[in-house]
Each structure stands twice: as C-alpha cells, then as structure tokens.
Design a protein around this ligand. Structure first.
Ligand code: SAM
Length: 607
C-alpha cells in the first residue's frame, strides 16, 4: 500500500483515515494501548522464563509495536520475554515505513532493526526476533489470520484498525469472536474508538468493556477484559535444560532458538564436528519453491524463506565468502515449471520477494545467456552451511558434546535421558534432530523417514563461466564460482545411503545443467567426470516432502525430514519447537502446525 501524507502525518487515502493522531502518535499509543492494558505493571510482574503475549489488529507503521518493545525493555525483568502478534493486510512499502518511523527519533535504534526485518517480509506469517522480543506479523486479512491463532494465547489486545465507520469488517463479529477465542483468562483489550456498535460487539464476544477517557481531542475510548470463564493454561513453563540430538542445521537452529529463550542446551553430535552430514556441503542455496495453490507445505516454505533471510541477516551477514545474496533464478525449463510459474504469475507478489522475468531479463540478471525466463528471487543466493551451523551453536548456553552417538533415549521422572557408550546426559526436554538416524531411537521407530542420497559436483570455473553472478535453478542448480569452483547439484536417489562420489552422478548433474542452462554448460567446457570433486550426503525425507516438526511425547520433540530444504526450513522449525516447549505463541498458523505435527502423522505418538 502506498502511504499518503496529510499535515505531516501518514494518511491512508484508501480508508480516508490517519495512522495515528495529530496530537502525538507516541503519546496516544501509550495512553490508548500501553496504559489502558496496564502493560508497565504487568511486564514488571513477570518472572524469569515467563512470557507475555500482545495481539494487535492493524500493524500499520509499527508504532505500537516499537513503543511496546521499548516499554518491555524498560520494565520487564531479565529472563522474561514478549511475543507481539499483529495482522496487516496492506503492508507499507519500505520507503514509506522509513519515512513514517523517522517521525520518532526516540525509537530510532529499534526502528532500524524493524526496517531491516521488513525487507524480508513475505505474504502470510512472518516471525522475527528483536532480542527477547519476538514479532509475529501476519500479512493477510484479519478474517483469515485471527482464526489461525491457538486458544488461550493472548494476554492483551490492541484494536487499531482504521475507523470502524470506514473499515467495518475489521471490527465485525467474526474478528471479535476470533479475538475472544485466542484470549487467555482475564486478557485485557483496548481501542481508541468508542463506537457503540464496537462496544456491543465486544460485549457479545465475551469482553467486559467500558468507556474510558480518550487521548487528546478524542473524548472517549474503550477498554476492558475477557469476562467469560476460561481455564488458565500453565503459563510459565520454559524448561531449564534441553538435550538436542544432532549437530546439523536442524539441531544447531533448535539449540540456538532454545538458548535464546534462556534454556541451557546440551547439543549431542555423533561425529567429531558439527555439520558433518547433509549440512556439510561447501555451499547450499536458498531456494524457495512453492506453487500458487499454497498447500500447507508451500505456506511453510514461504514463511521459512522470510524467516531464514532475517535469521541469516543476524547470524551470517552477506560477505561473499560465507554467504552471498546474489539472487536466484528459477527457470521455466520444463512443462511442470512452466505451469507452476505461469499460475504464480496470476497472483500479485511483492517485487522484493520475487519477480517474473523473460529470457532476456534472466540473462541480464545471470550475467550470461539464459534460454528460459522464470522467477527472480532478489534475496536468494548461497550460504556455507557449516559456517551457519557454527554461528548458531556459538552461544554460552549451548554445551557441545561432539563424538557422542546417542544409542537410546529414555524417559525419566523429570524429563529425558540420552544414553551413549559409557555416558548418559539428562535434561527436562529432548529434541531429536538427527534425520534418519532417529529411526534407531525407540520413540521414532515408526516414523516414515526415507533416506535420499544426493551428490553435488564441484565444477572448475572457466573465464566464460565466471560471468555467472546469480544462482540458476531448473531441474538442478548451479551457483556462481567462488575460489574457482561452481557448486552444482544435486542428485536424488531414494533409499541409497552410500557416501561414495560417483562419476555417473556427476554426469547426471551436468546433463541436467545442460538442459536448463545450455550456455552455462558450454561455458564450462570439456569436463573429465572421473577427475571431478564432489560430495555425497544423505538427506532425510517424509511423505509429501513435509518435515516432521513438533512434540512427539510429553517433553520430547523432533525436527526431522527437511529433505533438500533444511537451510530454509530448519530455522522456523526451531522456533516452532522452542515456542511449544516454552508455552509461547507459535510462529505459524494452526493449519501449518498441524500439517507439520508428528502427532497428526505418525501412529503411536500420543503416549
Ligand atoms: N497500529 C498501527 C501503528 O502503530 O502504526 C496503526 C494501524 S492503522 C490505524 C490501521 C491498519 O489496519 C492499517 O495499516 C490498515 O492497512 C490495516 N487494515 C485495514 N483493514 C485490514 C484488514 N481487513 N485486515 C488486516 N489489516 C487491515
């Protein structure tokens, strides 16, 4: 949405209303939302390990979010954390958000972080961290987003849609009922409006609301609390300790997400170093592939892509050595891709996420002739996965135990015990992130995990191939040369766990490359398959290519079957597990959580 300005304030011509009051947006936000919900005293009353959840309708310029973040940092004790959930149907453009936030120099530092995350936004669910404050921003209509929240999740609500008279759907029965359903016992609510029908709607939905003095020239506003009975679920349940089994990207990301919540983690890896299996390739690509139908898997992939880019911005900023945001092309190289991309083109997508390009534009972006057009992902590129794993695991709260192969996993009175040869470690919770090796552990023996061998080829760059400056993907991929080598891949061989590097697999990778990017294949010149370097590893896959993420039994979780997408999906999967383990707001909609859940997909997990 394009922002208009009226008397120096952001204004929406679409709704004919201002984003905040002319008197002082920041003071108004404080009066109407922070004070009316008694946030200062409620934040101060939290204890270490406890979290609080604010829900908002209408993210707008993020002013309420930033002022809540500031208040939390000033009042909440160490070890407490905040989830801020907000919905926005018409997200502002980057420059408009920057211009609107420039009105508040006192919020400048956090505003910069918000702007950095903002350029990673994707349609649907976004989940970004601001230290101990997490923002879950859903870019969708409230009618679609609010019913996807869990029950009993939100402690305080800010109703901040444009004026009810100008935007009635946002204040209707459906939205208010979903808000009440997602509220915890005693949840509070406030809004700047005092419209009688909004008040009646809130009463009807189960809130006890009254008129209160408004801010500035507004005489009255509404505030209140949930009056219907609700059994309070246990709030403070951040475990003190966790075992994470597996030191690939899934395990390192999970350890990182738990440590960020104050959990002391023991990370157990059977190899003598991290990232020694499927996460050990010298380079991996950030390849978000989804279709217009937006299945649960595709919604997960899209949300994971936005999350992964924001996580990488924090953990491994682009430097051309360990990560490069060089952009990525998905080429319409066969009938299936042609169909998928043509259907996607019927939907409007933000240009910072992806653009539709013809063969001439694709050639310009790639730095070399492409015979197909397709999709351009400006934020795509490549990463050195072992470097990312090392950064994620580098935390005072994570104790690494390398060369520790877990032979069995047993429940104890207080949690879980991992047992290896001559050692045992216990913790309150355990998270299994060791791909198909999980099958050897009793709680996972029924899991539908399939090993899939994949080989990459390291192709010596030539003067001609060195002009490639973006990752190109078709039925396979090839990355720009670094240190004189292109990484190209990868083969898929189901139920093959051998790690030998095969010339036949190199030939397979090169044949695919020749089919989707013939000029690049030619530029590489004559290649001796026997002399090529490469690496084979085994990824783990589950039916429908849907990872298995979530609670398996009480206190036992898993992040498995990320297939070829672990670099993208492991980070958000880790947030799902950490939120479940700590009783916090989930970062994904209920429908996607259910599709990921081992409990809904594997027999005998409900113990
Ligand atoms: N809380 C904001 C802030 O701190 O800047 C101001 C919110 S502004 C008054 C209202 C917001 O609601 C606008 O950004 C608008 O795009 C959004 N909105 C309007 N209708 C919506 C709908 N049906 N679903 C989700 N968001 C909507």
């Amino acid at each position: 949405m394009t922002l208009d300005w009226q008397d120096g304030l952001p204004f929406s011509s679409h709704f004919g209303d201002v984003y905040f009051s002319a008197d002082s947006g920041l003071e108004e936000s404080d009066h109407v939302f922070l004070q009316a919900n008694r946030l200062a005293e409620r934040f101060a009353a939290l204890s270490a390990g406890e979290s609080f959840t604010v829900g908002e309708t209408g993210f707008g310029t993020g002013l309420n979010f930033l002022s809540t973040l500031r208040l939390f940092e000033r009042t909440a004790p160490p070890g407490a954390s905040l989830d801020f959930f907000s919905v926005e149907k018409f997200p502002l453009k980057d420059d408009d958000l920057r211009a609107a936030l420039a009105l508040w120099p006192e919020l400048a530092a956090d505003a910069e972080t918000l702007l950095a995350r903002w350029r990673r936004r994707v349609p649907g669910w976004n989940h970004w961290s601001f230290g101990r404050v997490r923002l879950t921003l859903v870019i969708a209509d409230v009618a679609e987003a609010l019913p996807q929240l869990p029950e009993n999740a939100v402690d305080a609500w800010f109703l901040d849609g444009f004026s009810p008279a100008k935007n009635p759907e946002m204040w209707g029965e459906q939205a208010l009922t979903a808000i009440a359903r997602a509220s915890r016992a005693g949840a509070t609510i406030s809004t700047y409006t005092s419209a009688g029908w909004v008040r009646r709607g809130l009463l009807q939905a189960g809130f006890d609301v009254a008129r209160a003095p408004g801010f500035g020239f507004k005489r009255e506003m509404l505030s209140g609390h949930l009056s219907v009975h609700r059994t309070d679920n246990q709030k403070c349940c951040t475990p003190r300790t966790a075992l994470v089994i597996g030191g690939g990207i899934a395990g390192c990301a999970t350890a990182h997400a738990l440590a960020a919540r104050g959990v002391q983690v023991t990370l157990l890896e059977r190899a003598p170093r991290l990232a020694s299996a499927a996460s050990g390739n010298p380079r991996g690509i950030l390849h978000a592939r989804f279709g217009a139908g937006m299945s649960a898997l595709h919604r997960f992939v899209l949300a994971s892509y936005g999350h992964a880019l924001a996580l990488l911005d924090e953990a491994l900023p682009t430097d051309g050595e360990l990560r490069d945001e060089c952009g990525l092309l998905q080429l319409k190289c066969n009938e299936a891709e042609q169909k998928r991309i043509t259907k996607l083109a019927r939907i409007e997508w933000p240009a910072h996420l992806m653009q539709f390009v013809d063969a001439a534009q694709a050639s310009q972006l790639a730095g070399m002739q492409m015979v197909h057009g397709g999709l351009w992902f400006p934020g795509g590129g490549w990463v050195v996965p072992p470097a990312l794993c090392a950064r994620l695991a580098d935390n005072d709260r994570i104790e690494l135990r390398l060369a520790h192969k877990v032979e069995s996993l047993a429940r104890t009175d207080t949690g879980w015990r991992a047992i290896g040869e001559g050692w045992a470690v216990e913790a309150e919770i355990a998270v299994v992130c060791c791909a198909q090796s999980a099958l050897a552990l009793e709680p996972f023996e029924n899991f539908p995990l399939t090993p899939v061998r994949g080989q990459i080829s390291l192709l010596p760059a030539t003067a001609a191939s060195s002009s490639l400056n973006a990752v190109v993907c078709g039925d396979g991929y090839c990355a720009p040369a670094v240190g004189g080598m292109h990484v190209s891949g990868a083969t898929h061989a189901f139920d093959d766990e051998a790690l030998d590097v095969r010339s036949a697999d190199h030939a397979d990778n090169l044949a695919k490359l020749a089919a989707f990017a013939p000029t690049l294949r030619e530029a590489l010149g004559k290649i001796d398959m026997e002399g090529l370097d490469g690496r084979a590893s085994v990824r783990c896959s589950a039916p429908g290519a849907m990872p298995l993420v979530g609670e398996v039994q009480r206190g036992l979780y898993c992040s498995l079957a990320h297939g070829t997408r672990g670099l993208l999906t492991a980070g958000l999967a880790a947030e799902v597990i950490a939120a479940q383990a700590c009783g916090q707001l989930p970062p994904l909609p209920a429908a996607v959580l259910s599709a990921l859940s081992p409990r809904s997909r594997v027999k005998n997990t409900l113990i």
